[in-house]
Design a protein around this ligand. Structure first.
Ligand code: GLU
Ligand code: MG
Length: 443
């Protein structure tokens, strides 16, 4: 019999073991704790779970998975969190285990593998996810489209006052889970919020992203409001981005910048950025993985619609951020939203960056103007292209990107592509409102 691990509080009733699937749904199975009885730290789930798309609960045949086959979801106790919003429940992240090893289709296992690969060349990534989300009216009385909660502009103090109770409880709950809130402000859309969490090791930051999404939705629900991270809810209002902020480290030293080097970037970081830029059209099938994602990524919306980088340029897909003294400590990848599985997104970004390092890829000059104001011929002269403008296009790039497919591995890439292709087929002719109806509460 397993003793009850000492980290668990006495009043605990359920241990939730979480996973996030290829469709980016956060799921858990919860184990009921009986004093004095066997208490397993794992639970069985069907292997077919990694072949399920966002729109229905069935396995896509081409995923290579089927209703036959079982894997174990094993608790990673280092991720233990108490949940203020669900008294009696605690949560841990799970690894998918098969035959005693992390299963080839486990997203968290994929990120872990990428982190280990990077570590082999003596580098580490630290990261954080810059979440934006909308607060909306609750529609529990009848099924209808999303309704704006309030009409306030960017950084409005009035919005801060209206939403004070919700934000306060949200921040308390996040801090109590061991994450650290850094900043909060009302974003440009009406009722849109941005709350940022301090960067951490890549795996921890991806775990935090799962907990953050869950916490926002749960606390909003407790306040009688609805929340959504869906990338584009209203066609004429700001989208919800989830930019990934990232820095490169070597033995506890930030190696992103180098004041004595070109553009203030270390040679390794230049190559890492060149790798991400090269693979961006393909990894967008992972970082912006829903049909809805592409309604957000448009020129002049701060969402990074062009395959280029710039220093403090908020219209480039990669923004290198300079500090007050000109030093560079981190960069931001804008072609990401919270409909992406954070383990897959971060893992794919690391794989792309590592390709840049391995092949010493050259970084083009930074773009220091708004690409949305440039003529097609000026863009062509600078070799700058628009990024994919639909999921089908991004899937095509991913299918043809051997580096990223190899990094994902045969089983995970097959299952992932099958799920995404099925989703694209299902969603590609739907209108925004039809799409929103299906996806609003999923993300
Ligand atoms: N809402 C913008 C997006 O969709 C980002 C705004 C910003 O934080 O710069 O990416
Ligand atoms: Mg923002």
């Amino acid at each position: 019999m397993n003793p009850i691990p000492h980290v668990f509080p006495e009043e605990m009733e359920f241990l939730r073991i979480l996973w996030c699937d290829n469709a980016n749904i956060i799921r858990a199975k919860a184990i009921y704790l009986q004093e004095g009885e066997d208490f397993p730290l794992k639970v069985g789930i069907g292997a077919g779970q990694q072949g399920v798309p966002v729109m229905h609960d069935g396995i896509i045949e081409e995923s290579g998975l089927s209703p036959i086959g079982e894997i174990q979801l094993e608790a990673d106790l280092s991720t233990f969190k108490e949940l203020d919003y669900a008294p009696g429940h605690v949560q841990v992240m799970g690894y998918m285990i098969k035959d005693g090893k992390i299963w080839s289709c486990c997203p968290r296992g994929f990120l872990k593998k990428m982190i280990i690969n990077l570590k082999k060349i003596n580098l580490e990534v630290k990261s954080s996810f810059e979440n934006e989300f909308y607060l909306l009216k609750n529609d529990s009385e009848q099924k209808k489209g999303p309704e704006i909660l309030e009409e306030t502009p960017f950084a409005s103090t009035y919005s801060m006052n209206i939403n004070h109770d919700f934000i306060r409880e949200l921040v308390d709950s996040i801090n109590n889970q061991g994450m650290r809130v850094e900043q909060y402000y009302p974003e440009a859309g009406p009722g849109q919020q941005e709350v940022t969490i301090k960067y951490d090791d890549a795996l921890v930051s991806a775990d935090n992203q799962i907990s953050f999404r869950d916490t926002v939705k749960a606390v909003a629900h407790l306040h009688g409001i609805r929340s959504s991270f869906l990338p584009k809810i209203f066609s004429q209002k700001s989208g919800n981005g989830c930019h990934i902020h990232l820095s490169l480290w070597k033995s506890d030293e930030n190696k992103t910048g180098d004041m004595d080097n070109e553009y203030g970037l270390s040679s390794q970081c230049k190559q890492f950025i060149a790798g991400i830029l090269k693979h961006l059209p393909a990894i967008m099938a992972i970082t912006t993985p829903t049909s809805n994602s592409y309604r957000r990524i448009k020129p002049k919306t701060w969402s990074g619609a062009f395959q280029c980088w710039g220093i403090d340029n908020r219209e480039a897909a990669i923004r290198v951020i300079s500090e007050e003294d000109g030093a560079v400590k981190h960069l931001e990848i804008k072609a990401v939203d919270a409909s992406s599985n954070p383990y897959l997104a971060l893992g794919a970004i690391i794989a792309a960056g590592m390709d840049g390092l391995k092949n010493s890829l050259e970084l083009e000059k930074p773009l220091q103007e708004d690409p949305g104001n440039m003529t097609p011929s000026d863009l062509a002269k600078r070799k700058i292209k628009l990024l994919p403008n639909n999921l089908g296009d991004a899937i095509y790039h991913l299918e043809n990107d051997k580096i990223i497919l190899d990094a994902l591995g045969k089983d995970l890439s097959k299952a992932y592509l099958a799920v995404k292709k099925a989703e694209w087929e299902f969603f590609k002719d739907l209108s925004l409102s039809e799409e929103v109806e299906i996806l609003l509460d999923k993300f």
